[in-house]
Design a protein around this ligand. Structure first.
Ligand SMILES: Nc1ncnc2c1ncn2[C@@H]1O[C@H](COP(=O)(O)OP(=O)(O)OP(=O)(O)O)[C@@H](O)[C@H]1O
Length: 255
């Protein structure tokens, strides 16, 4: 089943830069689509469009067949629960004045009917619910009452991931999810994202500079340059010599 169908997405900023220029692709349930490209190629703008944090000038995103941008506000709010995000900087995406427990439970507080089956046994108890989510991302309940500044970068990103999966979304948009982490922690977070995907069957849009991470995580890859798709292939074919010259340039820059 197709969970995401992106058609002719185009976004020009008031500065005149067309950050996303006629982008179309599809994403199947449970699959991982990589988006790569140099800095400024439009990856983050595309992520924000998919999350309906920004509106395109042209084009549409169909989430399970339903057009995202033409939905009414309340319908959009309900549909939004199926697409969650994990951003590059977990410190910026976690509210510094909220405890881990409050942050992790935020989506469930907004969508109380979206408690996934794996959390049903503990859904009557907020503390147990938050602890179960932390457990899924390899964290102990000892951090439930801590604030973001009391956590390591890796722990913060795990908390952000726990929040992202808490309502069992169909799609998670991961925008450079390991870029702000120590190299030693990056592989652990990638392994976590991959095993959660296998366990929960979510589809990922995985945006990264790290082409080895993309090959590890993804089924297919789209290569963006100046807002356009210039190459696309199976993730395993990314490192093959017959790729588009721009893709080869990215490979050379990242090795
Ligand atoms: N809010 C904004 N207002 C105006 N221009 C913007 C805005 N956000 C991004 N841009 C411009 O749009 C283009 C694409 O930026 P975007 O951040 O989407 O690229 P990116 O591929 O994610 O880059 P990076 O890898 O550095 O995060 C760039 O030229 C950028 O300067």
């Amino acid at each position: 089943m197709m969970v995401l169908n992106v058609k002719h997405l185009t976004k020009t900023y008031p500065s005149g830069v067309t950050a996303v220029d006629d982008i179309s692709f599809q994403l199947e349930a449970g699959h991982c689509l990589g988006i790569v490209g140099e800095s400024g190629s439009g990856k983050s703008t595309l992520a924000r469009l998919l999350l309906a944090l920004e509106r395109p000038d042209r084009g549409e995103v169909f989430l399970e067949g339903v057009p995202l941008y033409t939905m009414r506000r309340e319908a959009l709010r309900l549909k939004r629960q199926h697409i969650q995000a994990v951003f590059q900087d977990p410190h910026a995406s976690l509210n510094p004045s909220l405890t881990v427990m409050t942050s992790v439970l935020e989506p469930l507080d907004n969508f109380p009917h979206a408690v996934p089956s794996f959390l049903k046994p503990v859904s009557h108890d907020r503390r147990k619910l938050a602890a179960a989510l932390l457990h899924m991302v390899g964290l102990g309940e000892d951090i439930l009452d801590r604030y973001p500044h009391q956590l390591s970068g890796g722990q913060k990103q795990r908390v952000a991931i726990a929040r992202g999966i808490s309502i069992n979304p169909k799609i998670v948009v991961c925008d450079e999810p390991t870029a702000s982490l120590d190299v030693s922690v990056q592989a652990q977070v990638l392994n976590l994202l991959k095993s959660l995907q296998e366990e929960l069957g979510m589809a990922y849009v995985f945006i990264s500079h790290d082409l080895a991470a993309v090959r590890f995580m993804c089924d297919r890859v789209i290569v963006m340059k100046a807002g356009r798709i210039v190459d696309q292939c199976a993730a395993g074919a990314l490192f093959k010599s017959e790729r588009h010259p721009y893709t080869r340039q990215l490979l050379a820059a990242s090795s």
